[in-house]
Write a protein that binds this ligand. Structure first.
Ligand SMILES: Nc1nc2c(c(=O)[nH]1)N[C@H]1C(S)=C(S)[C@@H](COP(=O)(O)O)O[C@H]1N2
Ligand SMILES: [Mo]
Length: 530
């Protein structure tokens, strides 16, 4: 068969190497140019983000909620494997001529380009990053391919045109092999240098220094001090205020946390308003700052889950900013966008409600917002799940209607309006713990933001409900701790909890999963008494 078209032919290994190294060069050059222009334009980040956006929402939401730091590694590994496969295929398609592989490399480069263009937050110039990567990939492919075939041809000269060597894959003589390997090594070193430089350049706009320069944010009206009886931490509940480093984190910024310097930050309020208003960070921090103690909750929190935390947020009332812009009647949705293009749709009523106390926050527990929690500024609205209210790195607020625009998670089938559901959780004893017999302390948290908790009840092994002691209430926008003692004999026991809010509604028993607007059901814990 090979007699018909018996040109020089690359061995499989060499061909695959040509493909993989070109992909490596493309990615590295894309990353370098991305670092120069905008780190989010790097094809690695953009393709990763496109993969995230195209993944079924249930999978993304599960991964966001459950994988912690492994998400990033997972997405990168996924993209890496994809690219490796593309490289190998491109190489194998091109054992005789470079064109099929170059065409495939170009097609993948174009896909990278589309992916970058598809990310709403990447500036138009960002397209240069995947474009440069594409050119580099195709060029390196051609270069390595000609190096390999040139040496292959030289090696082939002494043999007859049709030989078993050709069918089995060409073999390079020692000199040619050395030349090819040196060229390959050069590509690896060059790609490493370009990728590393891209990484350094991306880090030059790091927000850490800007955050440190913000200094102390002193609220004109501080939150009342947390009373000493507000938690039962000694008996196993969380502390009332969650330390910033322990505060739960949920966002789609899996691959790179947005880095926005305070001095570059601008917030625009526009749409159905009397006057479009723009605020700088200094405009905000020079206003009389308020501090509010608020418990935030994620809609994807399972019954008994960890996505609930409390902090003292410092900022300005969102209501004041919106009133200055002048919300026109008919607007029912506050559509907010973060610098990375994530969006949330909040009911205007909730944002404007003076008793609810929505904030544009710039501080958290006595510090500027941590970068992962939205530095320089985020929204915090008590009583609504984060996905409809808590936009981090917020740069744009448009007054519009729910009919006109759909935010990120709503497009992915989550609820439209999402008030936090009343919940309670057992923290002690821990699940499957072994405790001493006699008096067993059962303790935990409960929350019914904006309404307040009226009562928490516990029962063990399906027995009668017993009313728990409630910790001192801080305000109706925060969680409330509870505890109770039960006398239990040896064996395995199962405790259940249910909370009743100030309007008199008690948590329903039936488990409903988080999608689309929050989990319900009683939390239970099984433990052993010695
Ligand atoms: N820019 C941006 N803001 C965001 C999100 C996001 O993915 N991107 N996630 C929201 C969700 S779902 C929640 S629950 C809260 C979590 O805030 P935290 O990470 O500070 O706890 O942020 C909200 N704000
Ligand atoms: Mo969330």
């Amino acid at each position: 068969m090979d007699t018909v078209d018996a040109g020089p032919r690359l061995g499989r290994l060499v061909a695959a190497l040509v493909g993989v190294l070109s992909v490596l060069a493309a990615v590295a050059v894309g990353h370098l140019v991305g670092g120069l222009i905008d780190p989010t334009a790097s094809p690695v980040i953009a393709v990763g983000n496109s993969v995230r956006d195209l993944t079924p929402p249930s999978v993304t939401e599960w991964a966001i909620a459950n994988l912690g730091d492994a998400k990033k590694a997972l997405v990168f590994a996924g993209v890496g494997v994809m690219l490796l496969v593309v490289g190998v295929v491109a190489g194998l398609l091109s054992r005789r001529r470079p064109w099929p592989g170059m065409a495939l490399a170009a097609a993948v480069g174009l896909a990278g380009l589309l992916s970058v263009l598809d990310q709403p937050s990447v500036p138009a110039a960002g397209a240069l990053a995947p474009a440069a990567g594409l050119v580099a990939g195709v060029a390196v492919f051609y270069w390595l391919h000609t190096t390999a075939t040139r040496t292959r041809t030289a090696a082939a000269t002494p043999v007859t045109t049709v030989t078993p060597v050709d069918t089995a894959g060409g073999r390079l003589d020692a000199t040619s092999r050395r030349r090819f390997l040196w060229t390959s090594a050069g590509v690896v070193v060059g790609a490493g240098a370009a990728g590393g430089a891209g990484e350094l350049l991306a880090g030059r706009n790091d927000a850490t220094a800007s955050r440190a320069a913000v200094g102390e944010l002193v609220p004109r009206s501080p939150a009342p001090p947390i009373p000493s009886g507000a938690d039962f931490a000694a008996e196993g509940t969380p502390r009332f205020l969650t330390a910033n480093r322990d505060f739960y984190r949920v966002d789609t910024a899996l691959l790179s946390v947005p880095q926005v310097r305070a001095e570059d930050w601008l917030l625009r309020i526009h749409g159905m308003v009397e006057d479009t208003r723009t605020f700088t960070f200094n405009d905000i921090r020079r206003r009389p700052l308020v501090e509010r103690t608020i418990t935030m909750t994620c809609v994807s929190n399972e019954v008994g889950g960890p996505y609930v935390s409390t902090a003292n947020f410092v900022g300005v009332p969102l209501r004041d900013l919106l009133r200055e812009a002048g919300v026109r009647s008919g607007s029912d949705q506050l559509f907010s966008t973060s610098v990375d293009g994530w969006t949330a749709g909040t009911p205007v009523d909730a944002a404007m409600d003076p008793t609810r106390g929505a904030l544009l926050a710039i501080g958290m527990n006595g510090e500027p917002l941590p970068v992962e929690h939205g530095f320089p500024a985020r929204m915090v609205i008590p009583g609504l799940y984060g996905f409809v209210s808590a936009t981090k790195w917020v740069v744009d607020m448009e007054l519009t209607t729910f009919d006109a625009k759909e935010a990120y998670w709503r497009k992915r089938d989550w609820g439209v309006k999402a008030p936090i559901r009343t919940q309670s959780r057992i923290d002690a004893p821990r699940a499957f713990a072994t405790v001493a017999r006699g008096k067993v302390t059962i303790a935990g948290i409960s929350w019914a933001q904006t309404i307040g908790i009226a009562k928490v009840e516990v029962r063990v092994d399906g027995g009668p409900w017993q009313t728990a002691e409630l910790a001192t209430e801080v305000n109706s926008q925060t969680w409330r701790m509870w505890r109770t003692d039960v006398g239990l004999g040896p064996g395995t026991h199962r405790a259940e909890v249910r909370a009743t809010d100030r309007r008199g509604s008690t948590q329903p028993q039936d488990r409903i999963p988080p999608i689309p607007d929050g989990a319900t059901g009683w939390h239970s814990t099984t433990f052993t008494v010695r």
